[in-house]
Design a protein around this ligand. Structure first.
Ligand code: PAF
Length: 299
């Protein structure tokens, strides 16, 4: 995190990314570069960039010839009544941060460029998209899969970078890529946390100072679970009870789910056997936060 902070604020000589809003122009520009044998890395985002996003952009920059960050607050992944209108939009500040990193292109289309009048297609993912976030937000992952497939088709990345913070989203994208034979490598990068332990998220902006303090129960509960697994606890209901106890120390926190699963299949476990991912969704006041941790008991 300190390294990322340094890169983003080092006053590097700024290399402004080329800002493109038209999907066809984006495709054309990248086709030309691909013809020269260049590889392309894509970081799909909804903007309001924080160090979590920047860690992905740095990976794209370091590992591919042409780095592209897309910034698009995708309406189809928000249900009516969710925070689409209120979602932070900070394009100028985002461009400034990406300039510091030397990102090549920012693709920031309008909603009408992505979903012109008459648009009538959707990618539907079953199984892994139906549990957890999919249960709380039933239309969410079809919206994510649809826009991510469109971005893949427009940008044609060799590698696409996603944050572990949205662990289930990465599982859904991987499933889409596998089932629909999309020729892209999906690279999931670790969660970037504030010094306090709070996982970085654009939605943290909604928290008051008081709620920010209370939101620390998510990372503390995950830490506690890891500690218990390392000390030999294998019974998932014992982990669940301890995590619940930690979360309930915050008066404004309300648990949506605590889920312990196989990290590959996302199948729920009753006993810890091998690596696990522990996923949490908790409302802190009016803000819904998610967090997770992968635990390798044998390490
Ligand atoms: O994680 C996000 O910011 C979004 O869900 C994504 C992947 C950019 C699709 O809109």
């Amino acid at each position: 995190m300190e390294k990322i902070e340094k890169m983003a604020t080092s006053g590097n000589e700024e290399l402004k990314p080329v800002l493109i809003t038209d999907p066809e122009e984006m495709r054309r520009r990248l086709n030309e570069l691909r013809k020269e044998g260049k590889t392309v890395g894509l970081v799909p985002t909804m903007g309001a960039l924080h160090y979590g996003h920047l860690s992905l952009a740095i990976a794209a920059k370091n590992e591919t010839d042409v780095s592209v960050v897309s910034i698009f607050v995708n309406p189809t992944q928000f249900a009516p009544g969710e925070d689409f209108d209120k979602y932070p939009r900070t394009l100028d500040a985002d461009l400034e941060l990406l300039s510091q990193l030397g990102i090549d292109f920012v693709f920031a289309p309008s909603a009408s460029a992505m979903y012109p009048a008459g648009f009538d297609a959707s990618v539907h993912i079953g199984g892994v998209a139906k549990i957890l976030e999919g249960e709380c937000r039933p239309t969410h992952f079809d919206g994510v899969a649809t826009v991510v497939l469109k971005l893949f088709n427009i940008v044609g990345p060799n590698i696409a970078y996603f944050g572990q913070k949205d662990f289930q989203q990465v599982a859904v994208v991987k499933k889409m890529v596998a089932d629909l034979n999309v020729p892209v490598e999906i690279d999931m990068r670790p969660i970037i946390r504030e010094k306090s332990g709070l996982a970085m998220s654009s939605r943290n902006e909604y928290l008051s100072a008081e709620e920010r303090g209370q939101a620390l129960v998510l990372s503390k509960a995950l830490e506690k679970a890891e500690e218990l697994i390392r000390s030999g606890v294998r019974d998932v209901s014992a982990l669940y009870d301890e995590m619940k106890r930690v979360i309930e120390t915050a008066p404004s926190a309300k648990i949506d789910y605590i889920y312990v699963a196989d990290p590959d299949s996302l199948e729920e476990m009753e006993r810890v056997a091998g690596n696990v991912v522990i996923l949490l969704a908790v409302r802190v006041g009016a803000t819904r936060l998610i967090d997770n941790r992968i635990v390798e008991p044998q390490r």
